[in-house]
Design a protein around this ligand. Structure first.
Ligand code: GLU
Length: 488
């Protein structure tokens, strides 16, 4: 039986964005579903568009997400290597010569100036710009003469001049292209580097790729690819094009939108589980209503049959929803470890916090869990637990109570609170609420000022939660501070 081999073949032109994360995730899941292998290949033949560190960033992201490759530039197994295209230029040269020899490709000596002139003429005549095939019909003598004179050349693929080209996509079925719409496109550039079209086909063949899976934006390349396989008399692999990802307004999701880099999401405190779940649903349709899928569940459930072709909509609210969901699934200890770097970065916690600081964090976790959407929300929403607070005294005032009344209420509460020995959340709540009830006091008159005294915030967890997390000493100090702020 033929081996099942898939590949992820990014160009190192930038850091990984969510679109490419979706592609590599789908490649990985398809490989798992088909019981095949996943190969990483770096398509770096366009040297001018390269970004330093792109491969490292990709490996780092995949590692963080939990996606593994079976082969690639970073692996020991180099059986089909090298896996970096710029290290394979001889292979492409050799193959381009084969195509020249079997007359599927030709040398083109047209100068840049001639091509520009041709294009502007075509545009003027409202024709689609397309190479006019001048060099396709050069005589052998002319070609030899040009080569001997060391004239710069590119190598172009000879495309059919008439009829239709029928190709097959596993998700869309047969797709027909008119020969007339296809250009004799370039396979080898004048700098001796191959184009994507040549390099990817040669490598997919030599690396024995059985399923070429990539984004829908590559469908226009499909007829060129298939014709190249035929020109080499090679077996054509299966092609799968994942649906486009569009913005909510239907526009194209741009790679250049800085905020879609996986790195940025990670720095904002998104969890890998949430990104995986979110990306999985960009084109994949699970059977039931459940939308929560971990990587290992996806490995079991994802299949080619459940992939769609209509564009997937990128809805950031959904990502937030998943992130909140996975945050709530974390144990307190785990969530503490995950949020710690964010607290340290916000200078609210030291790298090696004291035992009591750590305990404070652990008490905060179950309360924070219900309120945060990203890990970075934690220092943002709860800094008052970690640093001194400052606020306007007007914030302490509940409805039409006077400053004196508020101060008196806080004093009353202080007396109760100082006596509480068992500093547990339930006990704090029970003691204070029963006191208010037994003495016929209105909750708001006491609990609003108490909550503000402890947090300095308009919005925060309940006064009991605040007091519980802060601890007895800090709570008493903050209540006393509030009383002095009211000057009573
Ligand atoms: N190098 C192409 C890219 O960066 C890959 C296309 C493909 O998978 O064939 O998107």
């Amino acid at each position: 039986m033929k081996k099942i081999r898939l590949r992820f073949a990014p160009s190192p032109t930038g850091y990984v964005h969510l679109g490419s994360l979706r592609t590599v995730l789908f490649d990985y899941l398809l490989a798992k579903n088909l019981n095949g292998q996943l190969i990483l290949r770096l398509e770096d033949t366009d040297q001018s568009r390269q970004i330093q560190g792109a491969l490292d960033n990709l490996l780092e992201v995949c590692n963080w997400i939990g996606l593994e490759f079976d082969e690639g530039p970073h692996k020991e197994n180099q059986k089909y290597g090298p896996y970096i295209q710029s290290q394979r230029t001889d292979v492409y040269k050799k193959h381009a010569q084969k195509l020249i020899k079997n007359k599927s490709a030709y040398f083109c000596f047209c100068t840049k100036e001639r091509l520009e002139e041709m294009r502007s003429e075509q545009t003027k005549n409202k024709q689609a710009p397309k190479y006019d095939k001048k060099c396709r019909y050069l005589s052998k003598e002319e070609i030899d003469k040009n080569l001997q004179a060391n004239k710069a050349y590119v190598i172009r693929q000879k495309m059919p001049t008439e009829g239709e080209i029928k190709v097959y996509d596993e998700l869309r079925g047969e797709i027909t292209f008119k020969a007339n719409d296809l250009e004799d496109h370039i396979l080898m550039k004048s700098d001796g580097m191959p184009t994507y079209q040549l390099a990817s086909v040669v490598d997919d063949h030599l690396m024995e790729i059985s399923h070429v899976s990539r984004g829908e934006e590559w469908i226009p390349s499909l007829p060129k690819n298939v014709l190249l396989y035929q020109a080499f008399s090679w077996h054509v692999p299966k092609f799968i094009h994942f649906p486009l990802i569009l913005n909510k307004d239907g526009g194209k999701l741009s790679k250049r939108q800085g905020d879609v880099f996986v790195e940025d999401y990670r720095n904002q405190g998104y969890l890998p589980e949430a990104l995986i779940n979110f990306c999985a649903l960009l084109g994949w349709h699970p059977k039931g209503d459940n939308e929560i899928f971990t990587l290992s569940q996806l490995e079991k459930e994802f299949s080619l049959n459940s992939l769609g072709i209509s564009p997937a909509i990128f809805d950031i609210d959904k990502l937030q929803y998943f992130n909140g969901y996975y945050i709530r699934q974390k144990s307190d200890e785990n969530l503490y470890l995950l949020t710690k770097p964010f607290l340290v970065k916000a200078k609210l916690l030291s790298e090696n916090p004291k035992q009591e600081e750590r305990e404070k964090c652990l008490k905060l976790m179950p309360i924070a869990k219900e309120r945060i959407k990203t890990l970075n929300d934690l220092p943002f929403l709860f800094s008052f637990f970690f640093e001194d607070i400052e606020y306007e005294k007007s914030l302490l005032i509940w409805k039409n109570l006077s400053e004196k009344e508020v101060a008196d209420n806080l004093k009353e509460l202080l007396e109760i609170i100082e006596k509480i020995e068992n500093w547990q959340l339930e006990n704090l709540e029970k003691t204070i609420i029963s006191y208010l009830k037994e003495n016929n006091k209105k909750n708001g008159d006491y609990l609003w000022p108490l909550r503000v005294a402890l947090s300095g915030q308009k919005f925060s967890p309940s006064p009991f939660e605040n007091a519980y997390i802060l601890g007895k000493l800090a709570s008493i100090k903050r209540i006393k501070d509030a009383i002095s702020l009211l000057s009573y």
